[in-house]
Write a protein that binds this ligand. Sequence first.
Ligand code: EPZ
Length: 433
Amino acid sequence: MARYVINGGRPLRGEVHISGAKNSALPIIVASCLASEGETVLENVPHDGDVGTICLILRSLGVELWFDAKGRLHVKGHTLKAHQAPYNLVRRMRASFYCAGLLLARLGKAEVPLPGGCSIGSRPVDFHIKGFTQMGADVYIEHGFMKASCPKLKGINYFINRSSVGTTINLMIAASLADGTTVLENCAKEPEVVDLAIFLNGMGAKVRGAGTDIIRIDGVEALHGTEYSIIPDRIEAGTYMFAAALTGGDVVVKDIVTEHLRSPMLKMEEAGIIIEKGDNAVRVTAPNGLKAIDVETTPYPGFPTDLQQPLVAAMSIAEGTSVIRETIFDRFRYVDEIRRMGADIKVERESAIIRGVTQLTGAPVEVTDLRAGAALVIAALAASGRTEVYGLEILERGYEGMEAKLQGLGADIIREETETVTDIFSQVETINL
Ligand code: EPZ
């Protein structure tokens, strides 16, 4: 258990490097185990909690993998042996369900715990399961596990009910080694989907159309290891851009793909943030403060649900009233925490109505989900006084080295370990009655 202690009110200044994208790294690491020969070497893999968890899950399935001294991840996909993914690891994150597509494609059988509900609402996997079933898998649910088997998946035409990143990815993984051609319609167009497609093709797969509504995958007999560099994390980049603006700072956010941030940048500019764009970097300032804007989250290329929370933090000190509509998940539970810092936010059904205040004030707050954690940190950086952000294990699932990056930008932030149950009990005096 750990917390950040942040003394806010300092404008961030300097340069910050953006890490590889967690949501690209996770499926790519899983997909590297489709290889029946050779080794895969992945660069720009973020060293965050979720990446650590997926590595442990794959290792529990027999996969040999390790990080070298340069931080590159080596995966010997052909060492995949077991088909039962352990609940104690899978329960930590939903992306573990990508193992279902992998195991069915490589071993012809999979036992993977069903992801439960989570702090951002109900997140079913019915679209994934329907796809596996149509591909010929015999799927049933028993004791909380999805158990599926199929000696050889077959290619299908599949219309995904609504744009779903996870379904598009899982079915791309499964279809890569299937018998025949799979055509997925209404696909997610997120850059992470495109990144996976490029990676799979590097392994010898035949995937076309990623980044459009229709992806066509011609199944191949076998795949091999390859070398690949993960794309930069657009959500981490957007988070630091909001942090720079919110603190009235001047920050160069570097090693990014600006194209992946088009929609958030348009909205930032509408809010008065000045963005000077370079090839793979942006300089962010907001010399005249922030103006209220209205935003709706939508699948890519729209405004991402994973930046909704930093946006809400920013709008909480903007001039005027903003309406932020969340259409992807039930993702406003965290606003109670920002309210503790003095924000004026009302949630009505899918929308947060934010009346900008002139100043946030430091307070103890609790991270409720990953992106909410980022919002609390950037609110704390702009607030007057001291904020303690508890529940860092959730935040650290998806942000590599946040404390060091912010310190590099001049923030007054430190990470402290908090009490364990043993610590707590050691403080309780034993009373002999
Ligand atoms: C991915 O989640 C990301 N996770 C999320 O990031 C991100 O918020 C989300 O896409 C949207 O961009 C990873 O990439 C690991 P979806 P995913 O399938 O794939 C419904 C973060 O903070 N749906 O695109 O789970 C679903 O409930 C995380 O990094 C079904 O109904 O999202 C949602 O309303 C959080 N049935 C919508 O579709 C299904 O079988 C889109 O979800 C699948 C999805």
